[in-house]
Design a protein around this ligand. Structure first.
Ligand code: ATP
Length: 501
C-alpha cells in the first residue's frame, strides 16, 4: 500500500489535506490526475444510472429502460431530518462492541491488562477499576507458561486497533471479539446564522440518501415518474469517524453515489436481486474484474436498523491491499423497506404515500438502495490499476480502464525538429475537444512513456519521421507496449473506438 500512496503523491492523484500544516487526520485532496479519475468514475455512474439507466428485467417491467432522475440536495438540512432518520439520538461516545456476547462498552471505560514482555500471551480487557478478574487470569497464564507475574495495565485507547485481535473482552473467553471503536453519533455539528445556540445547531449530512427521501414528494409531483422509479444523487458526505484509516478508504469527508429505487413492496425482493447484479456488473465493466470483487450478504445481526425486515443488505466488496486476504466494502445494496418515507411522514406530518392510479392503490413504496462510495471507488480503481513491471523505466504502470483513465493519450513529437512539433501540435489541437489528451515535447521519448505509464494513459501517439513521409503515427499501447502504425487522419477514429468502450 505504501508504494501506491507514494505513486499517488508523486504523480498528483491524491495529497494529504492541509499538508503544509502537517495535514489533518481523515481529510484528503485530489490532485490534477486524481480529480480527472474521480470525475470519470462519477460520470460513468451518472451515465449508468440517470442518463442511460439499464433495461429492467422482463418479468418486472417488460425489459423497458428504467426511469431514474437526478437531484442535488443541500448538505445542511433541517436538523429534524436527522432525528427522523435515526442519526441523532444514538450514543454520543465511541463504543466498542463484543461480537461474541453483544455487550457494548464505552471505549474510554475499557482497560487492558498484559503480561510484560510476553507478546504471544493474550491481553485481558476489563472495566476501569475492576481489574481483579483480569489479573487473576493473567497470573494463571503466567504460571502455566512459567513466566514472571509482571502485570501492566493501561487504557484500551492506548492500544493500536490492529492489536485488538490479542484482546479477550471482559465477558468472553475468546480473543479478537472486540470491534474497533465506533462513534455512534458521528455527525459533524455546526451552527446556522449569527447566534451559536442549540436552536441554531445543524449537521453536515452523513449520507446523501436523506436528501433524496426529502424530495420524494417533489419529484413525484413535478416529474412524470411512476413507481417503480429511482432518484439518484452524487455528493459529499461527512462522518466524524473515530479511526479514519487506510488512506482514503475511511475518511471524514468523502463522496457518495446513491440511488433510491422506489418500488411496490411485493416486488422489492426481485428488484433487490436485480440491483445486486446490475451494480456488480458496473464495477466489473470499469475494470474490477477477477476475484478481487465479491458480493456478500450481510449476516442477520449485521443489518442496519432499517434493513432488518426486508431482503437484507448485500455488500459489493473489493480486496484492497490493506484488507487482503479479506475484503472491504465498496458499495452496499440494501432493502430499506419503507423505513425512511415512514419516518419522514411521521416526523414531518406530511403524507408521503404514493397513489397508483391504474391500480387505484395507495401505499408507501419500498426502497432498494445501491449506495456506493465515490472516493472509495477511486481507491479501488487505483489499487486494481497498480501494476509493478520491473521491465519498464518507471518500474510500474497504472492499468486504468480507458473509460476512467485521467489522460486518454499522450501526443509527442519524437524530436523537436523537422516540423514534427507542428504536426503533433496540430493533431493535439484537432482532437483535444474529443478526448483528454496531453501534449508533451520535453525529454527523451522513454521518459515521456514512463510519465504516461505512471499516469495510466492507455495510448502514446508519436509523430516521427514516417509521419512526414508516409502520413502515419506510431501508437504505443500502455499494457503490451506494442507499437503500431496508424494513418494520421485515422487517429481520431482510433481513439473513439478504443476509449468509448
Ligand atoms: P462502513 O461499514 O465502511 O463504515 P457503511 O456501511 O457505514 O460503511 P454506508 O452508509 O452504506 O457505509 O455508505 C455507502 C458507501 O459510502 C460505503 O459503501 C462506502 O463506499 C462509502 N463510505 C462510507 N463511509 C465512508 C468513509 N468514512 N470514507 C469513505 N467512504 C465511505
Amino acid at each position: 500500500m505504501d508504494d501506491i500512496v507514494a505513486l499517488c503523491k508523486r504523480r498528483g492523484f491524491i495529497f494529504p489535506a492541509s499538508e503544509i500544516y502537517q495535514g489533518i487526520n481523515g481529510f484528503w485532496d485530489f490532485g490534477p490526475l486524481g480529480v480527472e479519475l474521480k470525475n470519470n468514475l462519477r460520470d460513468a455512474w451518472w451515465n449508468a444510472m440517470v442518463k442511460s439507466p439499464p433495461l429492467g428485467p422482463s418479468e418486472l417491467n417488460g425489459g423497458e429502460p428504467l426511469s431514474i432522475v437526478g437531484v442535488d440536495t443541500s448538505i445542511i438540512q433541517n436538523p429534524k431530518v436527522w432525528e427522523a432518520s435515526g442519526h441523532v439520538g444514538g450514543f454520543n461516545d465511541p463504543m466498542v462492541d463484543c461480537r461474541e456476547t453483544k455487550q457494548r462498552y464505552r471505549y474510554d471505560h475499557l482497560w487492558v491488562a498484559v503480561l510484560e514482555g510476553a507478546d504471544d500471551v493474550p491481553m485481558f480487557a476489563f472495566m476501569q477499576g475492576e481489574s481483579d478478574a483480569a489479573e487473576k487470569k493473567l497470573e494463571k497464564v503466567a504460571k502455566k507458561k512459567n513466566l514472571p507475574v509482571s502485570i501492566k495495565k493501561f487504557p484500551l485507547m492506548d492500544l493500536k486497533t490492529h492489536d485488538f485481535s490479542r484482546v479477550i473482552g471482559p465477558d468472553t473467553e475468546k480473543p479478537g471479539t472486540l470491534t474497533e471503536p465506533r462513534q455512534f453519533n458521528l455527525m459533524f455539528k455546526t451552527y446556522v446564522g449569527a447566534v451559536q445556540t442549540e436552536d441554531s445547531a445543524a449537521y453536515l449530512r452523513p449520507e446523501t440518501a436523506q436528501g433524496i427521501f426529502l424530495n420524494f414528494k417533489n419529484v413525484v409531483d413535478t416529474s412524470r415518474v411512476k413507481v417503480p422509479f429511482g432518484i439518484a444523487q452524487i455528493g459529499k458526505a461527512f462522518r466524524n469517524e473515530v479511526t479514519p484509516r487506510n488512506y482514503i478508504f475511511r475518511s471524514r469527508e468523502f463522496e457518495q453515489m446513491e440511488m433510491e429505487w422506489f418500488c411496490h413492496p411485493s416486488e422489492a425482493v426481485a428488484w433487490h436481486e436485480f440491483w445486486c447484479d446490475e451494480r456488480t456488473k458496473f464495477w466489473k465493466d470499469l475494470g474490477l474484474t477477477g476475484d478481487n470483487l465479491q458480493l456478500r450478504a450481510h449476516d442477520r445481526d449485521e443489518l442496519a436498523h432499517y434493513a432488518k425486515d426486508g431482503a437484507g443488505t448485500f455488500d459489493i466488496e473489493y480486496r484492497f491491499p490493506f484488507s487482503a486476504p479479506g475484503f472491504g466494502e465498496l458499495e452496499g445494496v440494501a432493502h430499506r423497506v419503507d423505513y425512511d418515507l415512514r419516518q419522514h411522514q411521521e416526523h414531518s406530518g406530511v403524507k408521503l404515500s404514493y397513489f397508483d392510479q391504474e391500480k387505484n392503490e395507495r401505499y408507501l413504496p419500498h426502497v432498494i438502495e445501491p449506495a456506493a462510495g465515490l472516493s472509495r471507488g477511486v481507491l479501488a480503481l487505483i489499487c486494481e490499476a497498480y501494476t509493478p513491471d520491473a521491465g519498464r523505466p518507471s518500474g510500474v504502470f497504472m492499468k486504468f480502464h480507458p473509460r476512467v483513465a485521467p489522460i486518454k493519450a499522450g501526443i509527442f513529437p519524437l524530436v523537436q525538429k523537422e516540423s514534427m512539433p507542428e504536426v503533433a501540435e496540430k493533431l493535439y489541437r484537432d482532437l483535444r475537444k474529443r478526448h483528454a489528451l496531453q501534449y508533451d515535447a520535453k525529454q527523451a521519448i522513454g521518459k515521456r512513456y514512463a510519465r504516461m505509464d505512471e499516469a495510466g494513459t492507455p495510448f502514446c501517439i508519436t509523430i516521427d519521421g514516417d509521419t512526414l513521409s508516409a502520413q502515419t503515427v506510431t501508437i504505443r499501447d500502455r499494457d503490451t507496449q506494442a507499437q503500431e502504425k496508424v494513418a494520421l487522419d485515422k487517429v481520431g477514429a482510433f481513439l473513439d473506438d478504443k476509449i468509448n468502450v
